[in-house]
Design a protein around this ligand. Structure first.
Ligand SMILES: C[S@@+](CC[C@H](N)C(=O)[O-])C[C@H]1O[C@@H](n2cnc3c(N)ncnc32)[C@H](O)[C@@H]1O
Length: 223
């Protein structure tokens, strides 16, 4: 994302008080400028009329990216980390994002009622493999006909990208940024087979850009 646009979004994450932490502000700016995630997801969602359910939404950057990209779909973000949800809610209010909501929720619980697109961005690896399958099955029931399930996930692999991703995820947890620790990295074949068993056809393409991560975009729709 261009520097000016990233900075404009990051401003909503500045602390309310002058001496408050500016960590989110700097993180958001760096994330938006360097990670091709949101451009890839926005390209998938562009022109789709359905609301978006963002599972494991973190600070809700997808909502900001959608509005910056002039996409007006309704948005509900859920995440297990109540502190992140509070910061996401405040930043969305500061930015004046319309039709954007957040709620704290463990993805091990039932998902909210929804009929539309579903996003699952950099979250799967924090769930055990069995829970990943259950979550994908539940997410599939929240899709409107023709609406996409948009997944970005690191895939399993014993190569430099795979190893870098695993170390970075572990450090993210040890540093306290991620409350949950990484559990299982799905394989490409396993993920596509799970989607197929749910009646979804998935397409897989790299989405790591110039980053050293092993991140892939999987877009699935009903067959
Ligand atoms: C790497 S962050 C990705 C955040 C966001 N999707 C993005 O792309 O900017 C992973 C997120 O998954 C959330 N998460 C991990 N386990 C979860 C669970 N069991 N239920 C809900 N959220 C979870 C974490 O709290 C964290 O915000």
């Amino acid at each position: 994302m261009p520097r000016d646009q990233a900075r404009a979004i990051a401003r909503a994450f500045l602390p309310a008080r002058r001496w408050g932490s500016r960590y989110d502000y700097h993180y958001v700016q760096a994330k938006l400028r360097t990670d091709p995630l949101y451009a890839g997801v926005l390209a998938t969602l562009r022109g789709t009329p359905w609301p978006v359910l963002d599972l494991g939404c973190g600070l809700g950057l997808l909502a900001h990216a959608l509005r910056a990209g002039e996409q007006a779909q309704g948005y509900l973000g859920v995440d297990i980390d109540a502190a992140k949800i509070a910061r996401a809610t405040r930043a969305a209010q500061v930015a004046g994002l319309h039709d954007v909501r957040f709620t704290a929720l463990d993805l091990a619980e039932a998902l909210p009622a929804h009929a539309g697109s579903v996003a699952l961005l950099d979250v799967l690896q924090y769930l055990p493999a069995t829970r990943q399958q259950a979550l994908l099955a539940e997410a599939a029931t929240r899709l409107a006909p023709d609406a996409p399930l948009v997944i970005r996930t690191p895939l399993a692999g014993d190569h430099p990208r795979g190893r870098f991703t695993r170390i970075a995820d572990r450090l993210g947890h040890l540093s306290g940024w991620m409350r949950t620790s990484p559990r299982d990295y799905p394989s490409r074949e396993g993920l596509l087979a799970t989607l197929a068993s749910l009646g979804l056809q998935g397409e897989c393409s790299p989405l790591y850009g110039n980053t050293p991560f092993n991140n892939w975009l999987v877009v699935a729709r009903r067959q």
